[in-house]
Write a protein that binds this ligand. Sequence first.
Ligand code: GAP
Length: 456
Amino acid sequence: MDDSSIITQSGVSRPSDLFDKVVNLCKRRGFVFPSAEIYGGIRSTYDYGPLGTLMLRNVKNAWWRAMVQERDDVVAIDAAILTNPKVWEASGHLATFTDPLVDCRNCKERWRQDQIGDTCPKCGSKDLTDARPFNLMFKTFVGPIEDDSNVAYLRPETAQGMFVNFANVMGSMRLKPPFGIAQQGRSFRNEITPGNFVFRTREFEQMELEFFVPPAEAPKWHEYWCNERLDWYRRFGIAAALLRLRVHEKEELSHYSAGTSDVEFDFPWGWGELEGIANRTDFDLKAHAAHSGERLEYFDQASGERYVPYVIEPAAGATRTMMAFLIAAYDEDEVGGERRSVLRLHPHLAPYQVAVLPLSRKETLTPLAREVLHSLKTLFMCEYDDTQSIGRRYRRQDEIGTPLCITVDFDSLDDGAVTVRDRDTTEQRRVAISDLASEITSHLARPFGDYRPTDH
Ligand code: GAP
């Protein structure tokens, strides 16, 4: 360990300025920008740049593949963000989705009391107001008249869209528990203290599954989803040592939960939640049945079996997870006597899978390089770069996590082959252009990082 490293909570040594380096890289290389920066931004709101947009999409696709595409028992929906406010009354969000807000009478700063105790972190004063509940839902009005009858809320979680559509989905898709409904999308919370870059923002993306099960099977499925979800983060490149599963204490459980375990990541400031896996029991279906007057239960006509399913909910944040993948992937090493920074991202998460780099801008090379680019573009996200020296271009691709660089050189014109360079090992090999697509496909499909499927 050198002087600039620290041991974080998981016991792993990392650069002490890791967080600043990642935030800086995000801005410099077009992952994440402060929102509306030309107007001075707006606190803790971010815009995703060209590379961040690609990576966030890849994170969501990786989740989608595992949670929807590769399963036989999950279907998906895409519910409205603005919905009938009765949904939030029934779900308990209107009454209980609050944080305890305190003001510092000395410096006028506002805080979440559960995060600061009795002392203002800014000025050290203990002269704080009593805590009062602050509802985190953003309120708006539907239509031109701003009165109480037109109030609506931006959804604070995607989950309720699945509960209110339970009967529609089960009926239209002829499903029987155990089955799941998955959804990805924006959620909004008027957080009192957003911060730590995109860890806690007021607008963010969630990836949630509501998995409906016979009540007696709930404990078994809860354990199943805890293992499954922990495994997913590892499969996509986060080292096992940087992850843990933490069981919630009784006092911290949400109003709907009979048991929650969080998948936590060792962020540079300590352990933080990536995903909560809750046993929501039959709380939501029963609450919506009571408020709507509709029967929300499973009924088997043949056997006469009837019950309200329990729900196991793995609820992840896409934007927060993307940040964890970036932090876990950031590395520095030495190549050819030169220091480089490299994002060792899983190839499926990297913004570009392939960069095509003609050795020179000479007219003789450009047509072949463009031909290679266009043959690969239909299969992979590719970047083309013909600026600066080849060494600098490799460094740039390393820094944005591109797993493979394809160099088209003058020999390529004669031998119909190109050089393929591996981001992690920097090894180079010659590959026939006709074999490129299948070589890249098998490279991208390899198990990644320290992941071993049988470890847990
Ligand atoms: N439906 C249950 C639910 O929403 P949650 O633990 O409040 O549970 C799930 O949220 C996930 O959404 C969190 O684990 C986190 O990854 C993400 N998330 C929650 N609030 C967030 C915020 N303000 N900014 C970014 N991500 C957030």
